[in-house]
Design a protein around this ligand. Structure first.
Ligand code: NAP
Ligand code: FE2
Length: 379
């Protein structure tokens, strides 16, 4: 099965479509991070909302890699002060994920994070009920794919957990390439590498289908060709990778993700999401390819799409791309003592992550531990 809930509006200057999209709503709340205010996109968006005759409220300065606490702090403002009938998320995956979680607890105040999040794949969370407040997502990074996905990823303590429901997939996504053009180099790199990992993992899960494959392959090819230029700031490349990010989001909305994401979610305390995925993916590909013929076949198909031949070639290509873009080793991000102290707990939590069920191979906790170690030492 293939599905997509979100209506996608794309193109240079498409932010102005907000004006039409908010028509009929009365109280619109825009959630954003600091850069959106700094670069003038927040005030532009506010103007479009006012033009449509709605009242506009804004919260800016939302943090990267949000936590359950981020959401809890904001909720009273929504409930008591703003009482919006429409939410607009203007920012990266972090802002969009925050908006999705806010939507859940604003519309269904009886719920709490622990009962609806996928904390452990061996126990089933409560389903999210029907929610009423619509969400428009306007991504400012080219990465997470949260503008079309059914997931909100939040930190609780050191690890990240997902809320997954069609109810939180945004109603509308506006893809205006002007926004990601202001990304600093590292944000462009980290979020762009997340797109590559979304494509590779979505193409190789047990849930992949021909339609998710088409989106995954197009996203992978685009990132491979354009990400180095995009990181340098090339305007055309920024637009290409921006659309690729949403395509990869559509791929994993359907095909889900695998072990690299399970590992990065449980290592969230170490660094930014896309960077961790980029570090883990070559090790995960080796691990899967050694144990699964299906994985080998699928990686080789990706290799051929990029003009190479084998799984080994693909792993090499990914390693070279990481190197070219200056992706650090894990041991450059965290000291050995801290890492070793957390290793067993991380491996156990990653083993319990819901995404393991979609990975082509089911790893044992001790195998995940080995993979974390290999990635740490850069072997
Ligand atoms: N829901 C899903 O399906 C899904 C999938 C994958 C990942 N994720 C999650 O998404 C998050 C990562 O999202 P992301 O990679 O999009 O990055 P992000 O964490 O949203 O953004 C990183 C930083 O980039 C800055 N930034 C964003 N857009 C900018 C722009 N246009 N110009 C200048 N600076 C800009 C922001 O800084 P300022 O504070 O200065 O604005 C922000 O702190 C993680 O928490 C990850 O777990 C979710
Ligand atoms: Fe991701």
């Amino acid at each position: 099965m293939f599905w997509l809930k979100t209506r996608i509006i794309e193109g240079e200057g498409s932010l102005k479509a907000l004006s039409k999209e908010v028509r009929g709503y009365e109280r619109v709340l825009i959630l954003s991070s600091s850069s959106m205010k700094r670069h003038g996109f927040l005030s532009e968006a506010e103007d479009y909302v006012r033009e449509a005759g709605a009242e506009v409220f804004s919260i800016t300065g939302l943090p990267a890699e949000p936590s359950v606490e981020t959401v809890e702090e904001l909720l009273p403002k929504l409930r008591e002060e703003f009482q919006p009938d429409l939410l607009v998320a203007l920012g990266g995956g972090s802002v969009i994920d925050t908006a999705k979680a806010l939507k859940v607890f604003y519309d269904a105040p009886e719920l709490n994070f622990e009962e609806i999040a996928f904390i452990d794949r061996f126990s089933k969370p409560k389903p999210v009920p029907k929610l009423k407040t619509p969400l428009i997502a306007i991504p400012s990074t080219s990465g997470a794919g949260s503008e079309v996905s059914a997931a909100s990823v939040l930190k609780k303590g050191d690890a990240k957990y997902n809320i997954v429901s069609p109810e939180i997939a945004p109603e509308v996504a506006i893809l205006d390439p002007r926004l990601p053009r202001t990304m600093p180099r590292e944000v462009a790199r980290n979020s762009g590498l997340d797109v590559l990992v979304h494509g590779i993992e979505a193409y190789t899960t047990k849930a992949a289908n021909p339609f998710s494959d088409a989106m995954a392959i197009k996203a992978i090819k685009t990132v491979y060709k354009w990400l180095p230029l995009s990181v340098k700031g090339d305007e055309e490349a920024r637009a290409k990778v921006h659309y690729a990010a949403t395509m990869a989001g559509i791929a994993f909305l359907n095909a889900r993700l695998g072990l690299a994401h399970a590992m990065s979610h449980k290592a969230a305390w170490i660094g930014p999401h896309g960077l961790l995925n980029a570090i883990f993916i070559p090790y995960v590909m080796e691990f899967n390819a050694e144990r699964s013929e299906y994985a080998r076949k699928r990686y080789a198909e990706i290799a051929r799409e990029l003009g190479f031949k084998t799984t080994k070639d693909l792993i090499e290509v990914v390693r070279e791309l990481n190197e070219m873009l200056g992706v650090p080793r894990l041991r450059d991000l965290v000291d050995e003592e801290t890492f070793m102290a957390k290793l067993d707990e991380m491996a156990e939590k990653a083993y319990r992550d819901g995404l393991i069920a979609f990975n082509p191979v089911e790893p044992k906790p001790e195998e995940i531990r080995e993979l974390y170690l290999k990635a740490f030492h850069g072997e």
